[in-house]
Design a protein around this ligand. Sequence first.
Ligand code: AG3
Length: 294
Amino acid sequence: MKQFKEVLHSGYQQTLEITKVLFESKTEHQHLVIFENPVFGRVMALDGIIQTTEKDEFIYHEMLVHVPMFAHGNIKDVLIIGGGDGGILREVLRHQTINSACLVEIDAAVIDLCQTYFPLHSKGAFSHPKAEITIQDGCAFVKNTPKKYDLIICDSTDPIGPGESLFTAEFYRDCKSILNDDGIMVTQNGVLYFQMEEAKNTYTFFTQLYKDVGFYRAAIPSYVGGDMAFGWASDNTHHRKTTLSLIQKRFYEAKVKTKYYTPELHFSAFALPQYVIDALPANTRTSAICEHVS
Ligand code: AG3
């Protein structure tokens, strides 16, 4: 039996059965493989690390989009860094109140191949009139764009290879300079149990830049290891603490249909386990604790 062994965490690897390899090549930037697995359906891996699967993608994409969207309530312009599979773009475009969704992906091959092999990730989002697609390194884009955004979603790979620059102080600084005062930035920050250092780094950089910093969580089975952390940064200290009743009101009015996200999950996702709070830098960690104010 053919197997895919993921190389991400030291001392622990997940192995997936491969029923069929659908595509494999070295793109301009990374090694890309798409294969079929009995549990997750089609799976895409970059440089040996699973990026997305047909069956569980909805959890990650819905949480990375709808939590900041409904916490804020008036997002107009969205910037997506990475996200070449189109899943984030698809969820952003479910919000009919937005003006524009700009996606910046370094690897054109990821967009092309995902449209072919994962058509339900983008569901036509790449040709939506509000979508603006740029093939460029996200770091260079955020340094040079004259535009400002209400929401920046960093749908990156792990900080290895091309994704490494998306976890630096410089990148976070440049993002802050193109974020509107009331805006929110969210990031994929790895699986907390295995990748705490990564979460700590982002947290430290964010606390140097923003008034309100935290994480929220969701477990995505193919990102093995329990809760994945999503980084949160904003100068508006209220967004992270938006009340459940307001989130519910916004969600029901928006008529966004979801498979994972609910207002109740949104509200509870900000609560952090004690071991995570303890691991965050002591001088800054009080802001990670989420007090919901009514
Ligand atoms: N990008 C995030 C993959 C992270 C994998 N890391 C891990 N398993 N700890 C996903 C792209 C989906 N649009």
